[in-house]
Design a protein. Sequence first.
Lengths: 155, 416
Amino acid sequence: MRRSGSSIAQRWGGVVMLLSVAGITDSASAQLRTVVSRAVTVYVSTSSDAVSPMVTVSVVGPMAASNVTSQVVTVLVSPRGPAGFVEAVSRAITLRHRCPADFDDSGGTPDTGDIDAFFLAWLAGDPAADVDRSGGTPDSEDIDYFFSRWLTGGC
Amino acid sequence: MRNWNVWAGIAALVVTAAAAQAQIDVRSDGSDGVFSPTSSRTINLNDAAVGDWFNSSPIPGRGIYDPNVHAVVFKYESVNIPAGVTVTFENSARGNPPVVWLVRTDATIAGIVDVSGKPWTSSGIGRPGPGGYAGGLAKEGGTSSGSAGFGPGGGQLRWPNNWGYAGGSFAEIGITADIASGAAGELYGSPDLLPLIGGSGGTAHRNGDGQSGGGGGGAILVAVGSDLTVNGEFLALGGNSVNFRSGSGSGGGIRLMSNRLFGTGKLRAKGGTVDSRGGLGRLRLETLQNSSAFSVTEGIGSNSIATPGPLFPPDNTPTVRVRSIEQVPVPANPRADLSLADMSLYVVGSTLEIEVETTFVPSNWQVRVRVVPRSGIDFWATAIRVSGNDQAAVYRASIGDFPQGISAIQAKAVSP
């Protein structure tokens, strides 16, 4: 891997930038343009020095492996992230958001079945009875919280 | 550094291959053997071992699910799918990862490789293909309405009308037959299918019992060290909705990579065609020598042939992850199961806080969280950076009146 260095006179906060290359033969340039979007990544690591942050350019691909010894590297500022990415998507998760008063998840208005289910869990020390989400073993405050919700008819 | 090594390995070999007919290194040791089915079959992705995809498959033919790259990776010696044979997949319960075939030598596809999403069903769900997202869940007797489509481009429900006219989106915006009652999902994903991701679901019929949305098409990467010949078909179609009052799934993603590419086959990643139809999916071709004449009209992104790139996103790729809800950590490898939730929390207080962690996300990007309740209106919430920097940060979204019941939650970071 060939590495070449450059710098920019402005702080870019670590944003990684796109790269263009000039000063080489037409055929090589064409090849590089193809590669730029695929196999050239420019890493920009800014130091704490806001005046002259150092830009480190890492080139990977045909240019790096070729015999090109002289290159003009231009760093173009882009709002894109590393390697030209403009987006990231997380994995999905699923959350069950429960109403403490409807403890048995039967739906509708809380009823005595919810009380029975709650106390069974509470007496067993089941973490599910930690309805106030205070953590630890279910305690009297969970009972208070459960009934405060149950008596008002829900959540 | 694993991903970076892969990239560098491929790139270095590109030059060699251009000069001679060498293989590209797709990091396959052939440990899943020769895949040459003589009749149609379904590969159960749940059979995959869990581990580092870089290792040999412990049980040949079953692949490895690697949570770090979130894909089921098969490392074949060669692949030959004859005409008349269709290969399909049973989705993995480990968060429905996409499929990656790394083929050490040659692959010949005369039959069909199908990662399509499924159409609506009366049982209430339009299942996605592997790596895709489900169609909106149908209204059932005990629920007040159906749901929006799942995934970052899932069709969105709108109040107050009683329908859910909205197809899923991916590379193309889905169709919305009635903007008062539905909105097509957002565009997402990258043209090079890095990371590999499938299509999104369409909305369910809001008030129709048992009428789900269509599932999003799945995603597959086939990387072949030597010659890839396709005279058959790759399918990543979106599933159809029941009618125009619900939404079809968007097409998924097909990424093919090889040293040399041959054939006149079809790559199809079209959305479900029943209105409100789904958007087109993504197609990606990467080779050093293209001798193919594929039919690639049913998808976006195949207008040019690229040189082979990295198999997986490099280490400095922007990432986003839902890390906690109400300060309760989210499982590292969520299943995203819509019947058995990854987390269960009681309603306490009036707001619910969701924290999202990012890496390599610049400060000017917008981080948002999409919430798709099992029943009712979906919505997006904006998350604000509360700590960290562009390399690693934490964002927080505070959501009032968070719906009860099961919801799917997904975060997205987008450049301005």
